[in-house]
Design a binder for this molecule. Structure first.
Ligand code: AMP
Length: 299
């Protein structure tokens, strides 16, 4: 079954203590779509400007991503620049230039509207709503977000949280949203806002799922060297939803395994700049890391 992904399609300029890389392929939708593509057909919604390098379009195509919903408009592609501190956990946004996203209205092609799995990757909640308004009876809708939207679009985000099956955010965003430092209380408070499933991401320390059958504590895949964690969260949700879409049976039955597949997909993202290593992964390579993780947590 296919996965519809909406989010940012961007050029990222990334600075780490070791290197600096300008205008890499980035954006939440790009990372999520490529990670999902290892498991299921992906339909991507987004917008880029005329400056968007052709080789990046070729790369989406190489992963079989359906681009009918990708608009190419006059103007500049969304550009994000960020810098990591020595420990690679703390990141500072240096600049965000919205470019063509400033006037973007997502229009879903007819062939996208029946997609059973919908991933509202990080983008303005108003745009996430707009996509959700156009899909017909999806089986499962998952939304991701970032601190910016908690700061500048909270009412839209709260309305969105009510409309989705699963809501994903990182631990600092969960603290900000609930005004609570305790992760278990924060999960309860987020459930009260609507979603059946809540996943809190904790970076290199993994994630926690809360749902009808209780909690699931998921590890991250341990890496000796992290090159650039940009897009790890997006790869996590993309891999997760792609895996779910590839499985028979209920979401409830498959969600835990899906989270581990998301974690394995995200580990490839961290090993290279931008999408450099994710694009070199494969379903088999991801599955091998899932097996390795299984051994590491069995007791
Ligand atoms: P992550 O590391 O998972 O938080 O995601 C990083 C990605 O988010 C980068 O590729 C950026 O292009 C993208 N991004 C940064 N700021 C925004 C924003 N305001 N809206 C949408 N995407 C963004």
């Amino acid at each position: 079954m296919s996965v519809l992904v909406v989010g940012s399609t961007a050029l990222d300029s990334i600075k780490t203590p070791k290197a600096e890389n300008p205008r890499l392929l980035g954006g939440s939708a790009s990372h999520a779509a490529v990670a999902a593509s290892f498991f299921a057909p992906v339909k991507m919604v987004g917008i880029v400007g005329k400056d968007f390098p052709k080789r990046y379009i070729t790369l989406y195509k190489k992963h079989g991503i359906d681009l009918e919903g990708l608009q190419i408009a006059d103007g500049k592609t969304f550009h994000w620049a960020g810098e990591y501190e020595v420990n690679m956990n703390n990141r500072r946004t240096l600049s965000t230039e919205l470019g063509v996203f400033e006037t973007f209205t997502p229009h879903l092609p007819e062939s996208y509207k029946q997609a059973p799995y919908v991933l509202l990757a990080n983008i303005a909640p108003a745009l996430q709503h707009h996509v959700l308004d156009q899909v017909k009876q999806p089986k499962f809708v998952m939304a991701d977000t970032m601190d910016l939207w908690l700061n500048i679009a909270l009412p839209d985000l709260l309305r969105l949280i009510k409309r989705v099956d699963a809501f994903v955010l990182n631990d600092s965003e969960a603290r900000q949203l609930t005004d609570d430092d305790n992760v278990l209380r924060a999960l309860k408070k987020i459930h009260k806002l609507g979603p059946k499933y809540v996943i809190i991401k904790k970076g290199e320390h993994g994630s926690i799922l809360s749902g009808p059958s209780g909690l699931f504590i998921a590890p991250a895949f341990p890496l000796e060297r992290v090159c650039d964690p940009t897009g790890a969260g997006d790869s996590f949700v993309g891999g997760l939803l792609g895996f779910l879409a590839s499985q028979k049976g209920s979401v409830e039955k498959n969600l835990r395994r899906a989270i581990i597949h998301g974690a394995a997909a995200a580990s490839f993202c961290c090993e290279g700049f931008g999408l450099n290593q994710t694009t070199r992964a494969s379903r088999k390579a991801i599955t091998d890391r899932v097996r390795a993780l299984e051994k590491m947590v069995a007791f």
